[in-house]
Design a protein around this ligand. Sequence first.
Ligand code: IMP
Length: 206
Amino acid sequence: MKTIIFATGNQDKVKEIREILGDLPVTFMTMREAGFTEEIEENGTTFRENAAIKAEAVAAWIRRNAPAYAEAIVMADDSGLQIDAMGGMPGVMSHRWLGDRTYPQAMMDIIEELKDVAEEQRGARFVCSIAACVPGRETITVQETVEGRVAHEIRGTEGFGYDPFFYVPEYGCTTAEMSREQKNAISHRGKAIRAMRDRLLEEGVL
Ligand code: IMP
């Protein structure tokens, strides 16, 4: 049975990935469960680069320090929000860009900044890249998005981060007003995990 080690400390992500890959014959563990506790500097300029930096850093450590997992697949993700009217910001800086502010404060600041921006120019997308390090192969990456708009007000209590102002026109609500299942079905992360699952199956890794 193959082992997949997730290079994240975020339990929500682990849960989501487990749910989507759960039917495969694999054992899951987090990087901490495998013994990795170091900080990784995410200094890439794209989501793909950052996902690969994280997966490769953990994979290199595992191969050196945890030989029991030498054959494991190491996976990492990187995600964020791009707002067209802000030139794609906050992008890979989505979390750091908050500074001292809470998410509601940062979203209110953006809503204020975009108050005169017309509906058709309020486009935004969540992006998620996932990288997988498989022993003996080049790092595999996939990237998916979900398109939406910056809403005029904050709505909904589900999800996290920028969900309450990310309006999805086809559904007439923000991603914070969707159930977990609904969001997983259309989200950048849900789509990226399914794309990675397909790639690993196609390439005969799983
Ligand atoms: P990371 O992928 O853990 O580096 O997270 C990047 C940041 O992007 C998060 O801290 C959030 O600010 C934002 N983000 C990524 N995905 C979502 C989402 O599904 N909803 C809301 N915010 C998100």
